[in-house]
Design a protein around this ligand. Sequence first.
Ligand code: ADP
Ligand code: MG
Length: 705
Amino acid sequence: MRPDILNPLFANAAKLPGIGPKLEKALGKLFGRGDELNPEPAKIIDLLFHVPSGMIDRRNRPTIDHLPETGIVTVEIEVGRHRAPPAHNKRIPYRVDCFDDTGSLSLVFFHAYGDYLQKALPTGETRFVSGRIEWFNGAPQIVHPDHILNEADFARMPPIEPVYPMTAGISPKTLGKGIRSALEHLPALSEWDEPNWLERHAWPAFSDALTRLHLPTSVSDLAADSPARKRLAYDELLANQLALALVRRQMRRASGRVLSGDGLLMEKIETDLPFSLTASQRVAVGEIVADMALPERMLRLLQGDVGSGKTAVAVLALARAVEAGAQGALMVPTDILARQHGETVAQFAKAAGITVDVLTGRDKGKTRQDVLDRLRTGQTGILIGTHALFQHGVEFNNLGLVIIDEQHRFGVHQRLALQAKAGGATDLLVMTATPIPRTLSLTLYGDMEVSRLTEKPAGRQAIDTRVLPIARLAQVVDGLARAMQGGARIYWVCPLVEDSDLIDLTSAEDRFAGLNTRYRGQVGLIHGRMKGPAKDAVMQQFKDGEISILVSTTVIEVGVDVPEASIIVIEHAERFGLAQLHQLRGRVGRGAAKSSCLLLYQEPLGETAKARLSTMRETEDGFVIAEEDLRLRGSGELLGTRQSGVPAFKLADLAEDGELLAAARDDVELVLRSDPQLQNTRGDSLKLLLYLFERDEAVRLLSAG
Ligand code: ADP
Ligand code: MG
């Protein structure tokens, strides 16, 4: 149980002045509380851990001709003409032309309310505007400024003020106020860091550091290397490393079991495969089989870029478990994927006579009961499903191996919980397509063993990637005709619009309607809100070639495998993160045919978006893309973080704080050596730290001894 002293920090954010139930929800979504479909209210601590993305330094205001290339700026401007978009076109932004004596600057708003903007920015008046500067065709612009103030309000602002990453529906003013009052809820906590270490770095106490972050007194307080920021980053990494170390220790302690066999089932499957394994698939299978044969518990990560053939490796490992007289389970993040894998695996396993079952949250009543019965009696050799696999009531006869596919879709918490639940002596294999740079893999897995699929199956051709403005949409649609005559199958991915899956849906539905007028009867639509069987049916039609174009929201992002698909069109590609674009593109280029990927973007294109799209055009190497992703994204961009599989660090920025990670790891090792149960004074404070960063599961492992 979380110590009482921390409770004020975990109270709901609506406790704070200015934050009502509605805003609390919006904030909860922003901070990743709950899951994407059922967000939970934000907590006070979420606000405190919300790191400013920059600051307004009102003492220094450049004229327009002296604006920097990047960063947050405060400019004094005169408001010029308002240019509202045509009423029927929500995609064109609302622009307000502004100027000073030295040049002009546009303010850009998407989905804007004209009335509000007329009031906030009356033509002819002076305003002080802050926000992130962007350059569009050589002209400066600010998209959704953080602040728009008149002279009187501006004079009342403190000279230095942090600026927070913006999000739809939350005004920076309200957010700032909420955060400042959240600071009043900070209790005095006992120190968990080594006094010598703190002194050496001149780091402030935890609560002082947070106060510095939100109430800076100088520009340097907010610099990425300020003592306050470093201290907070270190604490977060320390909590992460400590939690990992405890989980690891627990896993090691639970001794494994020997899973081995005569190789007959594996051999049958392998001979029956429609292809021969690549060299690295062969090596990976060998490593896994060797691990399984050891009396220690296997803890292995299989990393292979999209399309590298992880499923085949998984099937062979699962067959090994069955050979050993045990059962295997494969857990995947989505329903669609569970069905798809169910089919593929069943096909592969048929040769060996292994019974494969599928279980997801969708299965109810008799179907579910039948699966559960087969599972309990040991008839089922391999069970495939979503996290429903580890729900109450699911009882294996003899579970020997658990494989988690596309693990980056599962949060760290889910994974910790799962590892605890899988319990017993089961071997664990985690598969991921997200190529994880070295620094990150440490924070995610500690010292898990890693197998890598380094090559793609033979015969794959490079994917031709093109970046086009959305203005060329009609041309793209026309171009599909020829491809379809040649039998091509096409994914058409519609964008993520803000945070609303409702709007997502509208745009996908619109696009479906449009394409279906042109290519009647050859187009299907699939999205997250459809009922399971309806989804399956559309997916099946696409697989069988009954339809040639599949319009979808991002539900196809992960793992879907239709080798005949050779074209993917991604609309509003500028709104996707790099890792996500890479995943999406990986849906094509899976067969022998030449594939292409069309990235359609909406202007204006910011610098980061431009860099992302050109990275996509230049490389298909998932590793290069992941490193570039890390470089382009500050830790501030919370929303992107969850989608990309990078652990959601709030205070630490791995691009900046990599060296602290190693230090935290060493620190943890020393602590656990001298105080394995965290019982002495520092140990007690470290438990507090674990709760503070919501590593409650890890603390539970301590008492479990
Ligand atoms: P991922 O690693 O992204 O999960 P999959 O396991 O879905 O990739 O494999 C992608 C495609 O490549 C599938 O159609 C699969 O049948 C095929 N495949 C896997 N291994 C090989 C191989 N050694 N040779 C040829 N094709 C293969
Ligand atoms: Mg896969």
